[in-house]
Design a protein around this ligand. Structure first.
Ligand code: 13P
Ligand code: SF4
Length: 335
């Protein structure tokens, strides 16, 4: 699924024609399509979408939408999740080559082998997984409800948590659960936002809040810095992308260091223009998210491509775990 950056040529070139905004709106209306965009999308894609949000909010919006077509501006597992939740709808992704290194870190066969080693364990999979993995899962979660999902499982049951090791460590820390077994997968973008880099940035801006996505390699370091007194503990916030927006509206800080994919800065700056938001690592850009260009979106709406299909048997088995995911946790996280 995931393509190499060198092999990637964006659809229709990088630039769309000057009137692309009007054209997208016209075509979306013609197709009775709702446009959903993840918080990591290019700013112009976020701006044209009917809804932007985190993975959980967009899944809930997809499940509840009246539109007959969903155009998912995000990566492939997100569009696949929308198709599982709304099987009667047409689901399009502007470029099906937009994969995810984290979703690629476990497949169905690997999960089946892991389950065989832990009979009776409850499987919790992050939404960043393929439909095949979701079909082997008891409950899916996103970063905004992972703690609630694990807390909903009886304490005496072993839990297999996959595939993100940093999110798993965060959930283990918050729930204090020793019987949580964690798969050693990671997202190459978030794993690259490292502890030493964060420590250096935090030392240079002692007044700043730290907003850290739990997929980041630096999440443990941030809590260590707080524990050591290098950063005030109340300034360290481990948050999903949707929760970062809520925190931006509530904080009294005048500057915030943000540890996640850089697309997030667009919504944060819109939510709180008076705050100085800076990326901990400004090279933390997800090349898969950025495959969804205006030209790709136009092509998608004109051609009805790329349509997302999920094998009916896999979708039926994945559906229960995804339904549980959207039922657990607080509302919010999308606009
Ligand atoms: P959330 O939007 O759920 O925080 O997920 C982040 C992510 O990495 C999606 O790929
Ligand atoms: Fe996947 Fe990481 Fe990109 Fe999110 S940022 S889509 S987890 S590769």
């Amino acid at each position: 699924m995931t393509v190499q950056a060198e092999a990637f040529v964006p659809y229709g070139g990088v630039e769309a024609d000057a009137n692309w905004v009007e054209e997208v709106r016209r075509l979306a209306k013609e197709r009775d399509a709702v446009l959903l965009a993840h918080n990591y999308q290019l700013p112009e894609i976020q701006e044209i979408a009917d809804h932007t949000g985190d993975s959980l909010a967009l899944s809930r919006i997809a499940a509840a939408s009246d539109a007959s077509t969903i155009v998912f501006c995000g990566v492939h597992f997100m569009a696949e999740t929308a198709k599982i939740l709304a099987p009667a709808k047409t689901v399009l992704i502007p470029d099906a080559r937009a994969g995810c290194s984290l979703a690629d870190s476990i497949n169905g066969e690997q999960l089946r082998e892991w389950k065989a080693q832990h009979p009776g364990a409850v499987v919790v999979s992050y939404v960043n997984t393929t439909a095949e993995v979701k079909a082997e899962t008891d409950i899916c979660c996103t970063s905004s409800n992972a703690v609630d999902v694990v807390a909903s499982i009886p304490e005496d049951r072993d839990v297999l948590f996959c595939p993100d090791q940093f999110l798993g460590a965060h959930v283990k820390r918050v729930t204090g659960r020793e019987n949580l077994h964690i798969w050693a997968g990671e997202c190459h973008v978030h794993a690259g936002i490292n502890g030493p880099e964060l420590a250096e940035r935090a030392a240079a801006s002692p007044e700043a809040d730290l907003f850290i996505h739990p997929e980041c390699g630096c999440a443990t370091s941030a809590l260590y810095l707080a524990g050591e007194g290098a950063v005030e503990p109340e300034r360290v916030k481990i948050l999903s992308t949707g929760d970062m927006l809520h925190a931006a509206r509530e904080t009294q800080a005048s500057s915030v260091l943000v540890a996640t994919e850089v697309g997030m800065l667009h919504q944060l700056r819109k939510a709180a223009p008076e705050i100085d938001f800076r990326a901990v690592n400004d090279r933390a850009s997800c090349r898969y998210m950025k495959m969804i260009t205006p030209a790709a979106l136009l092509r998608s709406l004109r051609e009805g491509a790329d349509e997302v299909h999920v094998d009916l048997d896999v979708a039926a088995r994945a559906s229960a775990s995804v339904q549980r995911m959207i039922e657990i946790g607080k509302p919010g996280g999308g606009e």
